[in-house]
Design a protein around this ligand. Structure first.
Ligand code: ATP
Length: 920
């Protein structure tokens, strides 16, 4: 690989055939075809054949195969072949279930591929990181995962943490100049950025030097990331339950075997086959797979509702969330900022009114608008807006190629300021050209402000004409502009701009500024202050402390950001669902409270709603916070580190917390929360990687939708657990009961395997597709660690299992002793198949009648039940299959009895629900 770090940037660009403006789309496409996508070669997947063969490694299945082979030798050919066929069918079922689950997860992973800001044809566009090619010019921002190897073209206090590559966890300060010398170690190549490392601070521009496997990370083959496949808590508990059920089932199977041989006098080898088949049928080996599928399919449904699950356990935990801590800006509000108020030294201006009077230019570059000209602007407001637009990283770009209209690109808060300035004829691009930026201290959520330093043009510099007034105002060769939250700025200001003059910041001024600030915030506005500082010399090193002191407070801007329309309803839904929404914001307490009131996060019923600020949080211990945490609905002026404290206090109080975050420093809080939620649109890569779930639309209501899906999935898992285990208990009981009552063993091995195949298969899967119950968001969340059998599920399984087995046994008694028909075994076999279908239909709701929830409400289940019934009939009536399954055609009367027994079970199940409802 070329020693890119040792070359000058111009030479690097030349060698890569690129320019500062970036490649053209056509060039990029051609290079993509040549170099291939920018991704690391994935670890080889388990081959489908291997996955299929693994299905045969279950102990019971192996025993069954061995048993089948033995019976083949002793002449039971049909039985043996049939057993093998069913074992293979079972394996196909298991394989396809696992395969589907795996594909669903892979599809989710593909969606999580990050996007990158890249310069193409001179414009900054968003592209998938996989589409990057050598020569692309990319923008590096704090919180971003570096998407490829690159040589830095610009570095504004850029710091990159390279632990993934060098093991060094202290971020490295990056520079843009060439570094001479051979054999410079990776960690010392301070003008390079490497794939897989993380930008922790600042900004930069880099030209891509290598992509995909042709990167430093790509060379370290062992470092290839693997996706950890964790087991969810429920899957864990399910496996535990399965183990116990298996042990119990095996003991009973042993009993049935002894009974069959001793009491019923069945031949030993036949009874052995029956016992092994019963074991296969009774052990719910399919449960974990079905659980995984419904979680994975549920995760896919969530994506359709804009929630991307990153860790499967989150699907489950979502169902038990009790508190949702949400950011305000962009999540509860639209993040469509518009500056509406300007305020300088006691003089305020309503933008709309002013612009209406002055008939301003639109944000267009056509001749008419230019002639109209921008409204004449007061000098003080001009300084305010120029400062706000200069200490600013947003840009104005043409709406679409060739369009005459402009839109702001970048952070919406900053965009609003750039737009406001442009409305008064102060175009950001002109300002930047006239007053070039020479140093900066980027915005952080902790300081809540940012500063840029600019060179003031000389008096005879023609470029400086447009902003000549600034030169006069500053009266120094350089000027620094700071913008940020007013309360974080006042402590670093010692003077104030008053009508063209600089005065000391007296207590009186302080009071006036704070009052004006509160006034704006009380109306729900986000207020940003602007300050400046004339500089006679540039401070050594662009440190924040050196830049942000002795400032002259210029004024403030108030901007509105409307609450999201759906958010109010989502908040209301939270309340009925027993979930408490909490707002956590970096904004002013009064701004936060205003929005919280509008959305119903705090209600008017609460007398003095408790708003806790970051400063108060910093003083409190976690224990002190625990005391009040359940009563606080709004946290304001919060820094990311406070979020961790809030999560801890809530968790200590037993809450299951979902917490949103988007910035670099939100990662610890996201990791600590039960559900870390990152923003898909505005979130940093770091926050996304720390999260369990990503909101593709940054929307609060998406979290609530995901909770609803989570609850539904959990409900559905409970449904098929109830269904499968109660059916299995029925089968075991039937097999145990008959010999005890001095009756022959009711079913053959093949019949048992058939029942297992058709009932555990499609109907169970279809139950996972049940739509949400209407009341899912009208009841409190379930406890996260509750047993699989909690809330009456265990009792249900037992009694339904007993009734189900009893009804099948009744079929045996009627067939054998009342009707004395030779088809008695077919009657038992068919009854067992049909009662299970009744069970599947009724199990759809724990309390409500299936007629109330809509008998046809789950078409997949209706289809699965009908198909199962048709197959069962085929096994009974098709002559070839009769030979295979040892069945006989049932007469109408006999069939009537089996159907009657199945209907009876349905009536019993629905009757029991009615009783429960009546008792409640
Ligand atoms: P939330 O946490 O709800 O998203 P937020 O967006 O206000 O709230 P931060 O981005 O941490 O949280 O911003 C905190 C404060 O910093 C804001 O209220 C504002 O006063 C100030 N601020 C935000 N963006 C900028 C910026 N680009 N430049 C200067 N100050 C800013």
């Amino acid at each position: 690989m070329a020693e890119w770090h040792s070359l000058d940037t111009d030479l690097v660009l030349e060698r890569l055939g690129s320019r500062r403006e970036g490649l053209s789309e056509a060039e990029a496409a051609a290079r993509l075809a040549e170099h291939g996508p920018n991704r690391l070669v994935e670890r080889r997947r388990r081959s489908p054949l291997l996955a299929f063969l693994e299905q045969f490694t279950e102990v019971m299945v192996i025993v069954l195969i061995v048993a089948a082979v033995i019976s083949l030798f002793i002449g039971e050919t049909v039985d043996a072949i049939m057993i093998l066929v069913i074992v293979i069918l079972n394996a196909i079922l298991g394989f396809s279930q696992e395969y589907r689950a795996e594909r669903a997860m892979a599809a989710l992973r593909r969606l999580a591929i990050p996007t990158v800001k890249v310069r193409r044809d001179g414009q900054v566009v968003e592209a998938a990181s996989e589409a990057l090619v050598p020569g692309d010019v990319i923008v590096l921002d704090a919180g971003m995962r570096v998407p490829a190897d690159g040589r830095l073209l610009e570095s504004a206090n850029l710091r990159i943490e390279e632990a993934a590559l060098t093991g060094e966890s202290v971020p490295v300060e990056k520079i843009r100049g060439a570094i001479a010398g051979d054999g410079v170690a990776l960690g010392d190549r301070r003008n390079m950025a490497y794939l897989g490392t993380t930008v922790t601070y600042g900004r930069g521009l880099a030209v891509v030097t290598g992509t995909g496997m042709n990167t430093e990370l790509g060379h370290i083959a062992t470092m290839l990331q693997t996706v950890s496949e964790e087991r969810t808590p429920l899957q864990g508990r399910m496996a535990e339950l399965g183990k116990w059920l298996a042990i119990i089932a095996l003991v009973i199977v042993g009993i049935v075997f002894v009974e069959g041989v001793v009491l019923a006098g069945e031949p030993l080898e036949e009874m052995f086959l029956v016992a092994v088949s019963l074991a296969v049928a009774a052990v719910p080996e399919g449960l974990p797979a079905v659980v995984t599928i419904s979680l994975a399919l549920g995760a896919q449904r969530m994506v359709r509702r804009r929630a991307l699950i990153r860790r499967l356990p989150a699907v489950e935990t979502l169902g038990s969330v009790t508190t949702i801590c949400s950011d305000k800006t962009g999540t509860l509000t639209e993040n469509r900022m518009t500056v509406t108020m300007l305020d300088v030294a006691g003089d305020s201006l309503t933008m709309s009114e002013y612009l209406r009077q002055a008939q301003p230019s639109l944000l267009r570059d056509d001749a008419a608008a230019a002639e109209e000209g921008a409204p004449p602007l007061d000098r003080d407001f001009g300084l305010l807006l120029a400062g706000a637009a200069l200490a600013n990283d947003a840009t104005l770009q043409r709406d679409k190629a060739g369009s005459r209209e402009f839109v702001a690109v970048g952070d919406p808060t900053e965009g609003a300021l750039v737009v406001a300035a442009a409305r008064f004829g102060l175009w950001k691009a002109d300002l930047d050209e006239a007053l070039p930026r020479v140093a900066e201290a980027p915005f952080t959520s902790e300081r809540k402000r940012m500063t840029t330093v600019h060179r003031i043009p000389a008096a005879d510099d023609p470029g400086g004409q447009a902003v000549g007034f600034l030169r006069d105002l500053a009266g120094a060769p350089w000027v620094a502009f700071t913008k940020g939250s007013v309360d974080e700025m006042l402590p670093v200001c010692d003077r104030v701009w008053n009508d063209g003059a600089i005065e000391p910041l007296s207590a009186e001024w302080l009071q006036r500024i704070q009052t004006a600030n509160n006034h704006l915030a009380d109306d729900g506005m986000r207020v940003l202050g602007v300050a400046m500082r004339p500089l006679d010399s540039l401070p050594d090193g662009p440190s924040e402390e050196a830049l942000e002191r002795e400032l002259v407070f210029v004024g403030m801007t108030g901007m509105i950001d409307p609450p999201r329309e759906e958010a109010g309803q989502a908040v209301a839904e939270c309340r009925t669902a027993g979930i408490r929404p909490v707002m956590i914001t970096g904004d002013h307490p009064l701004t936060a409270l205003h929005i919280a009131r509008t959305l119903g996060i705090v209600t008017d019923a609460e007398e003095a709603p408790r708003v806790v600020t970051g400063a108060e949080l910093a003083r409190m211990s976690v224990e002190e916070l625990e005391e009040i945490v359940e009563g606080v609905g709004v946290y304001a002026r919060v820094s990311p580190e406070h979020k961790v404290k809030i999560v801890e206090a809530l968790k200590a109080k037993g809450h299951i917390v979902a917490m949103t975050g988007d910035g670099v420093n939100d990662a610890p809080a996201l990791k600590r929360a039960d559900i870390g939620v990152a923003m898909g649109v505005t979130g940093t890569d770091v926050s996304k990687e720390a999260s369990d779930m990503i909101l593709l639309d940054d929307n609060f209501s998406t979290i609530v939708n995901a909770v609803e899906e989570g609850r539904t999935i959990y409900d559905n898992i409970r449904k098929f657990v109830r269904y499968i285990i109660s059916c299995n208990i029925g089968e075991i009981l039937l097999m145990m009961l008959a010999p005890l009552m001095d009756l022959p063993v009711p079913l053959t091995a093949v019949q048992l395997l058939w029942i297992n195949l058709v009932t555990d298969g499609l109907p169970a899967l279809a139950l996972g597709l049940e739509p949400s119950a209407p009341d899912v968001m009208r009841r409190p969340p379930h406890r996260p660690n509750e047993s699989v059998l909690a809330r009456g599920l265990g009792v249900y399984i037992l009694w339904v299992g007993v009734v189900l087995g009893g009804l099948a046994f009744a079929a045996q008694v009627v067939g054998l002793q009342v009707l004395r028909t030779p088809a008695w075994q077919t009657m038992v076999f068919t009854t067992l198949g049909l009662v299970q279908m009744s069970n599947a239909l009724s199990v759809r709701s724990e309390r409500r009648s299936v007629f109330r929830i809509g008998f046809l409400g789950n078409p997949a289940l209706i289809g699965a039940v009908l198909l199962t019934i048709v197959l069962q009939m085929a096994v009974v009536y098709v002559p070839f299959l009769q030979g295979v399954f040892g069945t006989q055609a049932l007469t109408v009367g006999e069939l009537g009895i089996t159907v009657g027994l199945a209907v009876l079970l349905f009536v019993i199940l629905e009757g029991a629900k009615a009783l429960r409802r009546a008792a409640a």
